[in-house]
Every structure is written in structure tokens, then in C-alpha cells.
Ligand binder design. Structure first.
Ligand code: URA
Length: 213
């Protein structure tokens, strides 16, 4: 696994406001959007490109353009949806698939897949999985393997926060034949006994969309 932790004062500043329990949902959503746009810059560093010949008003030259097949961005529902606009702003030609996975609250190391809207064939596609919180790592590993079962071989995960336990789990459990990169704003201290990231920012889905009982 290749890991990139964004180390930048603007990111640290936005993250601080995001963590604050007093920050209202509207501001939280806006900050997630801004952070993802910054992370997308690093996450797409190796996006596939081709070099078409073009003519400027002055001279012929060779340009650089995203190549086919188009990359696919896959938010993990529900919290990953809050990161979608930030990603598609940076790669507007990307296709978007959806994966509904949630952790089984009775058994927090297990995942339940409750929705999927993805092409059957992902071979040759660069996939960008977006999910704000890498806690146990179980969802990220399950989601990456789900994409790999459809032929994806190149997956970049974009998260806001990670826990050391989750990073270790991903390192130890991800199929090593998948080219996998992880881009994060920060790695926090630990998980608590409810598998929340400490200090973290709480439940990302609830903070983005409010609590649904
Ligand atoms: N999911 C969240 O939304 N927050 C955490 O801290 C861990 C998992």
C-alpha cells in the first residue's frame, strides 16, 4: 500500500474546524468539500493520460489529456456522498458508481453491503473510492475487493481521517496484487471501544446529514 498523508497548514486548519463539535452541518459539508478538492490533487497524480497533438494560435504542440476509459469515482454510502462533489469538481469527466456498505454495529469488524450501482466490468479503469473515515479498515478492504472482483486493478482511496488500527488492517488484509494508494488528511491516535476514531470528528454521516433515528 502506498500512503500519502497530506501535510499542509491549510488542510490542518480546515480539519481543526471540522473536528470541532460546535461546527454546524452546513459548514461541515463545505469543509469536507474543500478538503476533498485538496486531496484530489494528490490522489489523481497518476491518473492515466494521453498526449494529443494540438495547435495553439501560435504553434503546434503536444498536450496532455485524461485518457479512456474514464476514471470512476465510487463514494461509499452514506458518508462518502459528502465527498463526491469535491472529487468530481477535479475530474469532471469521471463516471460515478455507488457502493452502500456499512459496518455491522453488532459486530463492528464486519460489513454489510446494502446497495451497489457499479459497472459489471471495471477492467482497465482507475477507481477512486471515497469514504471520510478509515476506522477499522474493514469497509475499505471489503469495498476494494468488491471493485477488484469486477476487474479493477488500480484503486486509490481518499479519506479524511484514518486510525492506525485501520491502516494496519488494510496493510495486512488487502490483496497485494491490487495497485492501491491511500490519501488522507491525517492519521489520528487510535480507535475507541466503539470503533470511533480518537480524537476524530464523530460520526461523519451524522455530521454531514444530521442523525436519522
Ligand atoms: N465512522 C465515523 O463516521 N466516525 C468514526 O470515528 C469512525 C467511523
Amino acid at each position: 500500500m502506498r500512503l500519502h498523508v497530506a501535510n499542509h497548514p491549510l488542510i490542518a486548519h480546515k480539519l481543526t474546524v471540522l473536528r470541532d463539535r460546535q461546527t454546524p452541518s452546513a459548514t461541515f459539508r463545505q469543509l469536507v468539500d474543500e478538503l476533498v478538492t485538496l486531496l484530489a490533487y494528490e490522489a489523481t497524480r497518476e491518473v492515466a493520460v494521453s498526449e494529443p497533438p494540438i495547435e495553439t494560435p501560435v504553434a503546434p504542440t503536444v498536450g496532455l489529456t485524461l485518457s479512456e476509459p474514464r476514471p470512476i469515482v465510487v463514494p461509499v454510502l452514506r458518508a462518502g456522498l459528502g465527498m463526491l462533489d469535491g472529487m468530481t469538481k477535479m475530474i469532471p469527466s469521471a463516471e460515478v458508481g455507488f457502493l452502500g456498505m456499512k459496518r455491522d454495529e453488532e459486530n463492528p469488524t464486519q460489513q454489510i453491503t446494502y446497495a451497489n450501482r457499479l459497472p459489471d466490468d471495471l477492467s482497465g479503469r482507475q477507481c477512486f473510492l471515497i469514504d471520510p473515515m478509515l476506522a477499522t479498515g474493514g469497509t475499505l478492504v471489503a469495498a476494494t475487493h468488491y471493485l477488484a472482483e469486477r476487474g479493477a486493478k488500480d484503486v486509490t482511496a481518499v479519506c479524511i481521517l484514518g486510525a492506525p488500527e485501520g491502516l494496519k488492517f488494510v496493510e495486512e488484509n488487502l490483496d497485494p496484487s491490487i495497485k492501491f494508494k491511500l490519501v488522507l488528511c491525517a492519521v489520528d491516535e487510535k480507535l475507541n471501544d466503539k470503533c470511533y476514531i480518537v480524537p476524530g470528528l464523530g460520526d461523519a454521516g451524522d455530521r454531514l446529514y444530521g442523525v436519522i433515528d
